[in-house]
Design a protein. Structure first.
Length: 99
């Protein structure tokens, strides 16, 4: 990984350690309606906070299955995503659509 990309990722992770910023970041990702982008956003928030192994442990998921579900080609169940967000002090919120 080149230095510039590494610095960007470190800066992003620093900002994502703030729960308010993480909530805004995830909200924007979910507005995009791209599952791969949504999973990447969730992974970034996980890594910026407690890490995959810690969250898997907290939600009672097997580490390997959690990594697979949240991976680039993963397709986690809603329950897994909900528990993951809750473990990080976040939750889903529903709003009306903007046309």
């Amino acid at each position: 990984m080149n230095k510039r990309l590494k610095n960007h990722k470190e800066n992003l992770f620093e900002r994502l350690s703030n729960p308010e910023y993480a909530a805004e970041y995830l909200t924007a990702a979910f507005e995009d309606k791209d599952l791969a982008g949504q999973l990447l956003a969730i992974r970034n928030v996980i890594e910026a906070n407690e890490g995959m192994a810690s969250i898997a442990n907290q939600i009672g998921a097997g580490r390997t299955s959690f990594y697979k579900a949240m991976g680039e080609t993963g397709n986690p169940q809603f329950d897994t995503v909900s528990k993951t967000l809750n473990a990080m002090g976040l939750h889903f919120s529903v709003q009306t659509s903007h046309a």
